[in-house]
Design a protein around this ligand. Sequence first.
Ligand SMILES: [Zn+2]
Length: 479
Amino acid sequence: MTRIDIAAELTALGLRRGDIVLLHSSLSSLGHVEGGADALIDAFLDVLGPEGTLVVPTFGALGIVTEHLRARAAAIESCHPRARVAAVGKDAAEICADHWKAETAHGAGTPYTRIAARGGYVCLLGVDQDRNTTLHTVEALLRLPYLKTTSETTFETPEGTVARSWKYFPGPHRDFIGLDRVLRESGKLRIGRIGSAVVRLIRSRDLIDISLEVGRRDPAFVLCDNPNCTDCVLQRAALRQDRFSREHFTPVAAAGLAGRYVPEIVENVRAAGVTGIELDMLEGKPVQALNPDKLAGAIGDFREAGCPVASLRFSAVPNRIESVLEIAAAAAVPRLVLPLSHLAERFLATAVETGITLSFFNIGMAAEAAAELLLDLRKRGLPARFTFNAANFARAGEKPFLHSFRTKVRRFVDQLDVEDCLFDGRPTPLARGNAEVKELISILRCTGFSGPLVLGTGNRPVADLRETVARFDELLQAM
Ligand SMILES: [Zn+2]
């Protein structure tokens, strides 16, 4: 390939005098180029003319084309320790000006958006969308919740030494490759060939607008879906946490669904985008079987890891409420969840002075019987709080939403156990059984219910925490 061959191909792709091009390239992909990187740069400058501008990113792993362009006497480089570009041509100075002053490294007030605003192009020459820095512009413009503020950097500027950080900076891994198909199908992406290299050319404005549209529909659009990519698992968790933070209710994970040991539980709860834990099991044992000191230690570990224990849940009615309250007090947990029984009254009377909240869940009980016990508590001036376990009502042969919830126990509910099963008791994925889970979540959501929605250990036979929270999230998004 010669400078003239390359210029002819660029013209054939539609580039004209006066155009602005942000170029990402791999010189070696073209095959042999007579004159090397300089010939490639000159070919672009021949086509763009003195009225045009050629821009290359000069941050990260620099290619030979980048090095040669930036070394030219006419080159201007933007001042930015994390996202700078070099440019040659008429608009170079304006495109590069004050890059470091922008709020973000790639968004408004940066060379990337200025190129779009001037009708410029993005050209990928022998490289794929993963090299397309303008897609970071899209992430920054969307202010995606997984993006982070950079640490503060001290650097030299034309206005002296400056220390600052940038908001909405991209994370360690992302997957831009999948966007290529969307861009191709939009009809805005021109694809050609120069030597052996595939060349892609698109107006930066089109690239940004099309990708913004995709990103608004799916904020995870540039995250990979490899479950073993820790970066993207945590970035997806940040997106989910952001969605959950806009709900009134609090999503909580049952420890027994999240894992056996504290570090494992913490890691899985974090990856799920949930922060609260209902501690029902630890190391394969129900909490009532644990040594109180060990339990208090574990609860301290959860708190330190940023996953506070919201409640302790007992799988069986204890013999002595006093010992259960002692455990909760020692561990500074404000809430206990216990099976509803005729002992509830005594338990509540004992708990009143401790300030610890008790909520009772139905197990092996029809709604009428549960409602009767709860009403009785209320009549005696005791705080009757009910943890609605839809799966257990289905096991009792009732329609949990249409009957149990609506007609009997609704006014007492301060927690929902998000578990599903068939009438015969077999656990199912959420909203695939007879527990009317979707209806219950929907109605609680519509009434501004502010209590916990607990992704319970009862899901374990059909799904782990990751799958359960994904299903839960899917149900919320489909409502
Ligand atoms: Zn990834």
